[in-house]
Design a protein around this ligand. Structure first.
Ligand code: ATP
Ligand code: MG
Length: 568
């Protein structure tokens, strides 16, 4: 491709509203442009990378036996009504009407569409198992679109749906997808982990998220420093055992604590360590008030609270609700003498002579001993795991890393097949419900994640497997006839030998060309300069910065070798 007329506008300055490096570099190198908030256009270079990633995804999905389909972005709202999701999905679902005032939604995901197709066209166990996938545009009206294509409102997803006749069948389909995902992200040369995630069944293997390790990741991964254990901190169970101090119980005492609200304020005012403080948070669980207690050095895990109450809706109480149920201001809430349900994290049981709010403005209790001073309905694992906790698999200690979720595999079971009536006749002619799994990859998010992990101070550093082109052929001075002719000749011959070449034939200064070349970050630059007359060109390996002078007649062999080296 000739760069003179190629739409690859580069920017010198960092765009003001781009907070993270991948967003900055994708804009600066001319991969994408923003069309609206959370809505992006891909320019030619960006589209090529997207296609490379898509090709890898497609190959591995096909290898795993999945069949490609293409489902519509526009879906009738009744379908979502039928599955019961129209209300549940909330404002993230983009809705629209056609000219007859019929309601439609823009597909945020495609369980409904695919399940009805399979319901109507597959009747017998003989046609199962089935795994159908597509690579298609999704719409989600994210509350906070940000970080460029990492969290956008229109994005490209590979979504797959498996249909099986048994639980064992689902396990096999899931395993096949897990393996395909591992291959896909390995081929994209990403540093990633498959981590256990929230499916409700704590500690189960019913769902994994594929996380690219990165400091800008929105998820926190808890992993073991000794074993292969990794889980989203949202679900990682806490196995810690807590020692109860043997100090003798003191008498409960109410103390004045003017304007002392936060844990740190309480601990310095009363002069106790955070683990002596009983942090009390008021939640509405299925709209009923519940006081949740954790130690001052711990955090409540709302997913665990939700699971304790059988997947209830859990919402943090507002100032007004705190007033209504406890007649108290936020900051002074506590479990002594309340007539609402109180649950506590296991660690709270170890607090002796603790401190908590007194449900009165500017007042706390000290020397609180819960078995004496409060009624706790249940102790359970309700806190978020922390670094230094024992690993949930019993091996080693927990460490944290940040991750970007690029893929998600999930055992759905019969949620959609039941709601939408996707049944089959088994060997005995008996009607049974199909068992489903769903599997997503954020294709556009993967591109951003690759950039996040592959760049330096000068720009992008593409892994060879997803680079928009293999080579950047640069004629340093197009006014010099020898250089220009050699450039043209090499461009033609390299193309003929099936190298993917971006050819910088622009009448720009050398400095500009080299800066752009580093910014765009193709794996190898081939510069034609002063030594063109001797038939010598200069290679730069983008990743290592290594410079190699090469005779033109050896160029193709050297390029093959170098590309090969980079691919491994
Ligand atoms: P997140 O927690 O990041 O919102 P999700 O759980 O909503 O993700 P899924 O519904 O599992 O995501 O979608 C499958 C994949 O699609 C995700 O793993 C992610 O890679 C990608 N994805 C989801 N939302 C977005 C988005 N707003 N922009 C880009 N990619 C997305
Ligand atoms: Mg989401």
């Amino acid at each position: 491709m000739r760069q003179r007329t190629y739409l690859s506008p580069t920017l010198r300055d960092v765009p003001a509203d781009a907070e993270i490096i991948s967003h900055q570099l994708m804009l600066r190198s001319g991969l994408i442009r923003q069309t609206a908030s959370g809505v992006y256009s891909y320019l030619p270079l960006g589209k090529r990378v997207l296609r490379k990633v898509e090709d890898i995804v497609r190959e591995e999905m096909d290898n795993a036996g999945a069949q490609e389909v293409l489902l519509p972005a526009i879906q009738p709202a009744e379908l979502w009504e039928e599955s019961g999701r129209l209300g549940d999905y909330g404002p993230e679902l983009m809705r629209l009407k056609d000219r007859h005032q019929r309601d439609f939604v823009l597909g945020a995901t495609h369980e409904e569409v695919i399940t009805t197709i399979v319901r109507d066209d597959v009747q017998s166990y003989k046609k199962l198992p089935l795994n159908l996938y597509q690579i298609q545009t999704k719409y989600r009206d994210e509350r906070r679109p940000r970080f460029g294509v990492l969290r956008s409102r229109e994005f490209i997803m590979k979504d797959a749906y498996s249909f099986d006749t048994s639980k064992e069948g689902l396990d096999a389909s899931y395993e096949a997808m897990y393996e395909a995902y591992t291959k896909i992200f390995t081929r994209c040369q990403l540093d990633f982990r498959a981590v256990e995630a929230d499916s409700g069944a704590i500690g189960g293997t019913d769902t994994h998220e594929f996380m690219v390790l990165s400091d800008i990741g929105e998820d926190t991964i808890a992993y073991s420093d000794t074993s292969s254990f990794a889980a989203n901190t949202e679900i990682a169970p806490v196995l810690a055992e807590y020692e109860k101090s043997s100090e003798s119980l003191k008498e409960l005492e109410k103390i004045e604590t003017p304007n002392v609200r936060t844990i740190d304020e309480v601990s310095s005012f009363v002069n106790v360590s955070n683990d002596k403080i009983i942090k009390s948070l008021l939640y509405l669980v299925n709209e009923e008030p519940v006081l949740v207690l954790v130690r001052g050095d711990h955090e409540v895990n709302e997913i665990k609270v939700r699971n304790l109450f059988d997947k209830a809706t859990v919402e943090f109480a507002t100032t007004e609700q705190t007033k209504e149920y406890l007649n108290c201001e936020v900051g002074f809430v506590g479990p002594v003498n309340v007539n609402i349900k109180v649950v506590a994290d296991n660690a709270v049981a170890s607090v002796v002579n603790g401190v908590c709010g007194a449900n009165e403005k500017d007042m706390h209790y000290q020397y609180v001993n819960l078995e004496r001073d409060a009624t706790i309905e249940q102790f359970a694992d309700l806190r978020t795991i922390q670094e230094g906790d024992p690993s949930p698999d019993g091996r080693g200690t927990v460490k944290f890393a940040k991750g970007i979720e690029v893929g998600h595999v999930f055992k759905l079971g019969t949620k959609y097949s039941e709601a939408l009536g996707a049944n089959f006749l088994d060997e005995n002619g008996k009607s049974q419900t199909m068992i489903m799994g769903c599997y997503g990859i954020g294709v556009s998010r993967t591109v951003a994640a690759i950039v996040e992990q592959n760049h330096d101070e000068f720009g992008l550093v593409w892994p060879t497997t997803v680079a928009p082109f293999d080579l950047h052929l640069v004629t340093i001075n197009v006014k010099d006839e020898t250089q220009r002719n050699l450039g043209e000749a090499l461009y033609e011959s390299l193309k003929k030998s099936r190298f993917d070449v971006l050819f910088d034939d622009r009448p720009e200064r050398a400095g500009v060309k080299f800066k752009d070349s580093d910014l765009i970050g193709l794996p190898i630059r081939v510069a034609i300069g002063k030594r063109a007359a001797e038939g010598i060109v200069e290679l730069k390996i983008r990743k290592t910065g290594e410079m190699i002078e090469v005779q033109v007649d050896e160029l193709e062999t050297v390029l093959q070798d170098q590309l090969q080296k980079l691919a491994n």
